[in-house]
Design a protein around this ligand. Structure first.
Ligand SMILES: Cc1cc2nc3c(=O)[nH]c(=O)nc-3n(C[C@H](O)[C@H](O)[C@H](O)COP(=O)(O)O)c2cc1C
Length: 201
């Protein structure tokens, strides 16, 4: 039997981790998502967008309609993405500060987030990050980000079975399968939003 035709539409996903820690489990989720796409989801390509160099939001840093270089570079990556993947810890029942800062910089006019599909993951403590995810969804309403509703992926990073190694790499096959299903859902929804099918028509 002939191999299936490769997809004509390749979606570029800008993936943002809300944790700046070297061995972050959330950044590990993004690495795992990128590997899953390379291995088994043709048509979806993940670019990890590092937010660690962004200054804290201060509109005084906007001069003559220009942003600081790190912000300009970040906004270019957001603007050129087809869709988004957020992986963020929950901090005190809410969004991580670094992620909120990145969302805010991207929201400055013209809003770089609008009209794109998005999905999110979280690795956190006992809640798995559910409360932070619902706050991210709330911010996304104002930014015109269109989140997939399901599947939801809440990863209890520090409870057994062990899910991440000492470098923050995902080692749990059940979580990898959850991430894979979520990526497929993101791909289907992003294509629908763009008025395309997986075959590119
Ligand atoms: C300031 C702070 C607040 C936290 N608040 C919560 C919380 O409200 N709910 C939760 O489930 N975990 C909470 N945690 C735990 C982190 O979400 C958890 O350690 C997570 O793995 C960190 O993500 P990372 O491994 O990607 O850095 C908190 C951690 C920190 C540092």
């Amino acid at each position: 039997m002939a191999a299936p035709a490769p997809p004509r539409t390749v979606l570029r996903v800008a993936a943002i981790s809300g944790s700046l820690r070297r061995a972050s489990a959330n950044t590990g989720l993004i690495r795992a998502a990128a590997e899953i796409c390379r291995e088994s989801i043709p048509g979806l390509h993940i670019d990890h967008v590092d937010i660690s160099e962004l200054p804290l939001l201060n509109t005084d840093l906007e001069v003559n309609g220009r942003f600081p270089p790190a912000v300009e570079a970040f906004r270019d990556k957001v603007s050129s993405a087809d869709c988004f993947l957020f992986a963020s810890p929950e901090y005190n029942y809410s969004i991580s500060g670094p992620l909120k800062n990145a969302l805010d910089w991207g929201s400055r006019p013209p809003n770089c987030w609008a009209d794109r599909a998005a999905a999110m993951l979280s690795a956190s403590g006992g809640s798995g990050g559910s409360r932070s995810q619902y706050h991210i969804r709330q911010v996304g309403v104002f930014l015109d980000i269109h989140f997939i509703n399901k599947p939801e992926v809440f990863t209890k990073a520090h409870l057994p079975p062990k899910k991440f190694d000492a470098d923050g790499d995902l080692i749990d096959s059940e979580t990898k399968e959850q991430v894979r299903r979520m990526l497929l859902s993101l791909q289907a929804f992003a294509l629908r939003l763009q008025g395309k099918s997986e075959q590119g028509n």
